[in-house]
Design a protein around this ligand. Structure first.
Ligand SMILES: [Zn+2]
Length: 86
């Protein structure tokens, strides 16, 4: 998979309304759109076991006594980098 910049692609197809786009032109625009750097986002949750919380993706464990601290300081897993649903 190659991720591209949709805004740049739209600019490449910025023709007049009455001008008809052909498939070859669209394919050319896709092929020549710059690739963007992106990292897949891992989504996980903190699974609570009293004051311990385990990442549902990698099982990393943290100690947290206040659930508000969990939302403020542990939005991402420190081991796998998963984004935590709160
Ligand atoms: Zn994790």
């Amino acid at each position: 998979m190659r991720l591209i910049d949709a805004d740049t692609l739209k600019k490449a197809f910025d023709f007049d309304d009455d001008e008809e786009l052909e498939v070859a032109v669209i394919h050319y625009g896709i092929d020549h759109s710059p690739t963007v750097d992106a990292v897949p986002v891992i989504h996980a949750e903190w699974e609570q076991d009293e004051a311990l919380y385990h990442c549902t993706h990698c099982r990393h464990t943290i100690l947290c006594h206040d659930r508000m601290d969990l939302a403020e300081y542990h939005r991402y897993c420190g081991r796998c980098g998963a984004m935590m649903s709160m």
